[in-house]
Design a protein around this ligand. Sequence first.
Ligand code: KG4
Length: 333
Amino acid sequence: MIILAVESSCDETAVALVRDGRTVLADCIASSVEMHRIYGGVVPEIASRKHIEVIAQLADQALEQAGLSRGDIDAVAVTYAPGLIGAVLVGVSFAKSVAYALGVPLIPVHHVRGHIAANYLAHPDLEPPFVCLCVSGGTSLLVDVKGYTEMEILGATRDDAAGECFDKIARVMGLGYPGGAPLDRAAQGGNDKAFSLPRVHIQDAPLDMSFSGLKTAMLNLIHNAQQKGEELPVADLAASFSAAVSEELVPRTMAAAQAKGYGKVAVVGGVAANSRIRRDLEQACQAAGCTLYLPPLKLCGDNGSMIGSQGYYEYLAGTRAGTDLNAYANREI
Ligand code: KG4
């Protein structure tokens, strides 16, 4: 079964063709990230306008890349939530039109479920159940993936998402936007114990996370140094911050896997590209005797292939959308 998959929840417009949920036939992406850089964050209207400009061209490109024609498409899958509403609306409208014109089923896919499915593409042997840490610019969640379409949230951030926190701190450190990757590079070789940063424990919800206290502590540190005209050692600061974020995420992920009795742990989303988090997870999984599933860097961020993969499993579970499908800024997984 060949699915044309559409993703437009933030600043990446992505169209992919995926066979039977596991084989990527084509994966085309256009990003408006450069246009947002000067604003230090995604400007929703700019992202939406860019999606509308390029989305149909990307679909043609994907068909060309796969050597397929429109008649080969068996179904259309699309991210319908969550995301920037104007941005999601563009993908939903386009996917709906294609499904309508071709007379094929339309499959709505939750963006975070799509991120989780990125691991099915990277690891042909991976099957539920497993615990998945989903960490991106918009989400920080610990999910019990009981089945391909059966999921339960075990823990969630009470405030900012981990990626949002990376981006904010990188911006005040002058590392640009989006800041996760440059901050990760800046941390290489730094002393992760140079700065003492807060760790959070949420009473009665040990798997919930919080990044706002850490963010405030970092901002205070940086502003105080600036006021005194002091230069902070960038590598040490970035390394201490990355270690603090990792400590927020990794022990909770391992505790969730242990509580569920699963020997499999997966990590997805843009922050899954972080070298410190990847290293700590590898060590923790090795110590606990768990298998760790990490997608390659190109599947960590937003892409269409992950929507095509999850779309296939949603299709098998009978999920279909009518022509009245809407887009949502927020929706339960
Ligand atoms: O999943 P994603 O591409 O988009 C969504 O938010 O859905 O994630 C983007 C986030 C940004 O906040 C970016 O700074 C962060 O992932 N990121 C990283 C790294 N690479 C990307 N954060 C930490 N370390 C990285 N190496």
